[in-house]
Design a protein around this ligand. Sequence first.
Ligand code: ZN
Length: 129
Amino acid sequence: MNDKSHVSLEQHVCLVCGVRFDTGAILLDRRLRASMERYTATGWGLCPEHQKLSDDGFIALIECDPQRSDSPSSAARMKPEQAYRTGRLAHLKREVFAQVFNAPIAANQPCVFVEPGVIEQLQTMTAAN
Ligand SMILES: [Zn+2]
């Protein structure tokens, strides 16, 4: 059975949770060959849920394990496709993030990768306040 088609529904992968979601765009093979799967992931984005949090002024902290990721570099410089997500997430208001980490964050940056333990530490800190 050949379920390939000359049209494909474009999807993006959420940077924060790794879920694929429809962008609403349709991809068309230029020569109308049945070359594509039903869905094609073309890049990274934010799913509706995480887009909303981002719009509301939150930055997502994504815990990833550098040991199990494709790159030995530190979490801060990790590329999304290299990150091994542990599944642990946290959302912080941008201004809180700037205070806690003593680092300003670009307005267009929706998320940061953090190393294991950071989110846990953060939760202890915020619980203490
Ligand atoms: Zn998401």
